[in-house]
Design a protein around this ligand. Structure first.
Ligand SMILES: C[S@@+](CC[C@H](N)C(=O)[O-])C[C@H]1O[C@@H](n2cnc3c(N)ncnc32)[C@H](O)[C@@H]1O
Length: 254
């Protein structure tokens, strides 16, 4: 999964937002940065470039992601960690940052409390979340392909998990419940670009939990993939494709 994620999804979907978050962290001039849910390290490499003097500790729940990310971005200190149980002492970081990870945390308020515990006085928590699925051109096209491939019980992972925490008032309330002051909450729409709709389909079908959802349904995976690519190409066009993608960026202060 990490290899397909890195090859097909990172350039199209994740790098534009990583560049944005890295620049925001750079403006805070931190000395110690903790990254949560770092995945294959697209933001991690951006952080090292934006704040070369900082120590960057990158973590993820998934051992395979940590193995892949640490090989790709060796300039950070990598560690396996669940955001709800951080293996760090109190007050050790100036900034905690997380790109498109909080939607996966089962208990977000508990995770935000952990973030607050490991932040130094005056520290900041910076993260982004996706808006609803219909604000993400690639995700919406992929979901339409899945609904065509599975007339009954199509996988709903994209709608309910990565795009299931897309109400900024809920996010702000969770931050406040964990004791953060919400300094900023802004909507950000960036353009995703890929060589083809097939590349985007391959990224989602090979590099995310959509893959397991398709396999569990027991259908011919190659036939599902062909249907999804056909639908995505009809919606996004042949050849190079682009689509708007909307996220919310939050800055919380201790
Ligand atoms: C959509 S990926 C984002 C990865 C990376 N931040 C990026 O922008 O490419 C979500 C990541 O969250 C991680 N994750 C899921 N639950 C987690 C948890 N409870 N604690 C830490 N990481 C978690 C997954 O392993 C996955 O790498």
């Amino acid at each position: 999964m990490p290899a397909a994620y890195e090859r097909y999804l990172v350039p199209a979907v994740f790098r534009p937002f990583a560049d944005d978050l890295a620049a925001r962290v750079g403006a805070l001039r931190p000395r110690r940065v903790l990254e949560l849910a770092a995945g294959t390290g697209v933001l991690t490499s951006g952080l090292l470039a934006a704040v070369p003097s900082a120590e960057v500790v990158a973590t993820d729940l998934n051992e395979a992601m940590v193995a892949f990310g640490s090989a790709r971005v060796p300039g950070a200190v990598w560690r396996q960690a669940d955001a709800e149980r951080l293996p760090f002492s109190d007050g050790g970081f100036d900034v905690v940052v997380c790109q498109f990870g909080v939607m996966f945390f089962p208990d977000r308020v508990a995770a935000y409390r952990e973030v607050r515990r490991v932040l130094a006085p005056g520290g900041r928590f910076l993260f982004n979340t996706w808006g609803p699925l219909d604000t993400h051109g690639f995700g919406e096209a992929l979901q339409a392909g899945l609904e065509r491939a599975f007339a009954v019980d199509p996988p709903q992972f994209l709608r309910t998990v990565p795009h299931g925490y897309g109400d900024p008032s809920v996010v702000a309330a969770d931050l406040a419940a964990a004791g953060f002051t919400v300094e900023e909450g802004l909507e950000l729409t960036l353009e995703g670009r890929a060589a083809s709709a097939a590349d985007v389909a391959t990224g989602f079908l090979g590099g995310t939990p959509v893959r397991a959802a398709v396999e569990q349904r027991g259908d011919d995976v190659a036939a599902v993939r062909a249907t999804v690519i056909e639908e995505m190409t009809a919606r996004l066009g042949p050849g190079p494709v682009s689509a708007p993608m909307t996220a919310y960026v939050f800055l919380g202060a201790v």
